[in-house]
Design a protein around this ligand. Sequence first.
Ligand code: SAM
Length: 211
Amino acid sequence: MAGFLPDDLENYISAHSESGGDVEKALRKETLDLGPSSGMMSGDSVGNFLKFIVKTNKCKRVLEIGTFTGYSALMLASELPEEGELITCDINSETSNIAKKYWAKSSHGEKIKLKLGPAIETMEMLTGKFDLIFIDADKNNYLNYYKKSKELLNEDGIIIIDNVLWSGRVLKPEDKQSISIDNFNKFVHKDKEFWNTIVPIRDGLMIATRR
Ligand SMILES: C[S@@+](CC[C@H](N)C(=O)[O-])C[C@H]1O[C@@H](n2cnc3c(N)ncnc32)[C@H](O)[C@@H]1O
């Protein structure tokens, strides 16, 4: 994908990292067959990083903003304990149907609950706290999702936001989305309540947690 690591390096990383199970692989294949829109799916390296965070932080309850065809949801759910729960939000019922088809084939699918509708409305209705919140939808609303996520986060919880490097366009933000993501990055960095760092995995992951 343009703007990320060269394909041969991405392939090398995949070849030398944990690979997903058969269901994850089949889901990735069907998504790639969708054509250009498949670029919305997280890469293997993001999927593995999310799994690592769930595993090492012993997360039990996770919220995801942006389901698409369900790949990152499945990766997150696969490290949750039996009683764990992943709530994932999207507005697109067509891609969500692909997601549901593969979750049903996975032994981890029962941990996943899909909420169809604008994510901000879903977040307003949620109760209880989350150990991890992964934001990966609707870049112009990142700031609203971040502010709401802080309210929904456990004391030691972690917020991860994808695509914060926006293929490098944050260096010279000119279009609406690049300006919006750059402003978002500056806001999080200035947030006195939260510690943050940007990890250059694929298109950049912002990590934030309470100081
Ligand atoms: C980048 S994709 C998510 C990719 C997914 N996390 C993965 O790694 O496979 C973004 C998704 O956000 C959804 N979306 C866009 N606007 C939204 C909104 N206002 N509320 C909820 N979901 C939204 C889109 O339908 C799309 O499926």
